[in-house]
Design a protein around this ligand. Structure first.
Ligand code: ZN
Length: 506
């Protein structure tokens, strides 16, 4: 919390216009010669081959723009009762910064989520090293010996195990094994983002999203009992079965995280939406609502692909889990609270299906705002959440005309009403909001800012700006100042007053 507070002060200073951001010097080209080759998979580190099956044709070149992205190779072994995961991880990491690095920070999220991640060994280019443990065991620093010059690469190999919590407790139960369903989020040591604040290892607030991550490449082998249905980010590229176990390999890139859910009760439904196959993984009694979720997701994919950029993957997985949120987004996948799919569940007294539709649209929109265009979800949660909400408004307008749009606008005002429409800035870090105000402001007032921005810029320039924002920060990380600069460039106007009224802390 302390780290976050200091970061928040620094951010506030930048947002107040005290400093002009300096241009980041171009990093040196990536070099990975001299580092150990992969041992978990028989493929060269950055061979695009395994990933092509998971990318739609128009996005097949996506990896060309990421020649120095981190490569994760993971081997995950799920216990029979889905409460323990044994893992081996190899990471190819290239210093993409302008300065040498003397350590690499890795998040150990399960330790912040009521579980336990034990890292048994760490090897750096084949040599054993001893990392320093960070606050609450939530991260660790791996020393790099003589340092890592810009453009240079290293290979980390880690052996770890995760005890998954068996209750829905922290951060909405994103990591949990309950009622026969394993929800496995952020369950491997994840490289932190290095930016102008250094390594981002702030401890996330328990009521926001946890991650801030660069786009990376993932090859993941999952071993699980054969009667379990595994639903994961990415595309299955290999599968075998022997001795009561299944072994499935997934390829996913570019992406900011890898997620899986698993259950013996899952049944799979699929529906094609253009080049993408959408799948639901849900229990037998949830199939009617799952079919509906498929249709809503298909319509959302079609709309957002047209408005923003093509959906990059050939697969999207929707998994039902017993979480405490309504939905939770991951690259190429999202989790739905299974109560949304359960017949006769009078969830939050919403009329049947209404909540399901808005949640599916919102989570699908995160594939653009969070995964394709990344942001710091701890410091700038509004960049992905308010835009996902605004995209949901666009869907309702498209699907149901002005009446649909009115209804969604009313729901935004309704959320904001929970804090009596206080003009609390939408641009604060998660941790600076009181728990109740976070949802009311970022999800309620946040999308209303984009409505006001459209009004100020004019509809045409505003739509061009959203398209340009997506294209410019595709597979990169965006900041509020960059978003503002693009908007001002598009309208040729000064948006200082509007941003002061809505976004910035005063
Ligand atoms: Zn969201």
């Amino acid at each position: 919390m302390k780290t976050l507070f200091i970061l928040a002060l620094a951010l506030t200073a930048v947002l107040s216009g005290c400093g002009t951001p300096t241009a980041t010097p171009e990093p040196a080209p990536a070099r990975s010669e001299g580092v150990p080759g992969p041992t978990l998979f028989e493929t060269a580190w950055r061979d695009p081959g395994p990933f092509l099956v998971g990318l739609v044709e128009s996005q097949a070149e996506s990896l060309d723009a990421l020649p120095a992205a981190t490569v994760y190779h993971l081997d995950l072994d799920l216990s029979d009762d889905l409460t323990v995961v044994e893992g081996i991880e190899e990471i190819l990491y290239t210093n993409n910064e302008a300065a040498p690095l003397d350590q690499i920070a890795l998040h150990l999220y399960p330790n912040l989520l009521g579980g336990e991640m034990e890292v048994e060994s760490v090897h750096l280019n084949g040599e054993g090293v001893t990392p320093d443990e960070g606050e609450a065991g939530g991260w660790m620093m791996v020393p790099l010996g003589n340092g890592l010059a810009p453009g240079e690469s290293v290979v980390l190999r880690l052996k770890f195990s995760v005890r998954v919590p068996q209750e829905l407790d922290l951060n909405y139960g994103v990591l949990a094994s309950t009622s026969g369903v394993l929800a496995y989020a952020h369950g491997y040591p994840m490289v932190a983002v290095y930016d102008d604040e250094g390594w981002n290892v702030g401890i996330p607030a328990p009521y926001g999203d946890l991650t801030y991550a660069d786009a990376a490449l993932f090859l993941v082998r999952v071993r699980a009992p054969e009667q379990i249905v595994v639903c994961a980010s990415g595309s299955q590229i290999e599968r075998s079965q022997a001795d009561g176990q299944q072994v499935v390999t997934y390829a996913l890139a570019p992406a900011r995280d890898f997620y899986l859910a698993a259950s013996g009760a899952y049944e799979v439904l699929t529906r094609q939406a253009g080049p993408t196959s959408i799948r639901t993984c849900a229990a037998a009694d949830m199939q009617a609502a799952a079919r509906r979720a498929l249709d809503i997701a298909a319509r959302s994919l079609e709309l957002f692909s047209r408005l923003y950029a093509p959906y990059p993957y050939t697969e999207l997985d929707i998994v039902a889990t017993p979480n405490l949120a309504l939905g939770i987004e991951y690259p190429g996948a999202f989790a739905l609270n299974q109560r949304l799919l359960t017949p006769e569940e009078d969830f939050q007294s919403a009329p049947e299906g209404v909540l399901l539709e808005s949640v599916v649209v919102h989570e699908t929109a995160h594939e653009w705002f969070y995964n394709l265009v990344g942001n710091d979800q701890l410091d700038d949660p509004w960049l992905d959440e308010a835009l996902a909400q605004y995209a949901t408004l666009q869907y309702y307008e498209e699907a149901y005309g002005s009446q649909g749009a009115e209804g969604m606008l009313d729901s935004f005002y309704g959320r904001w009403e929970r804090v009596d429409r206080e003009p609390i800035p939408i641009g604060l870090p998660v941790a600076e909001y009181a728990e109740g105000a976070y949802g009311a402001i970022v999800y309620g007032r946040g999308p209303l800012f984009f409505v006001a921005l459209k009004e100020a810029m004019g509809a045409g320039p505003f739509e061009d700006f959203l398209g340009e924002y997506t294209a410019t920060y595709r597979w990169k990380l965006a900041t509020p100042e960059e978003l503002r600069a693009l908007a001002e460039g598009r309208c040729g106007c000064d948006l200082t007053t509007l941003f002061q009224e809505w976004v910035y802390a005063r």
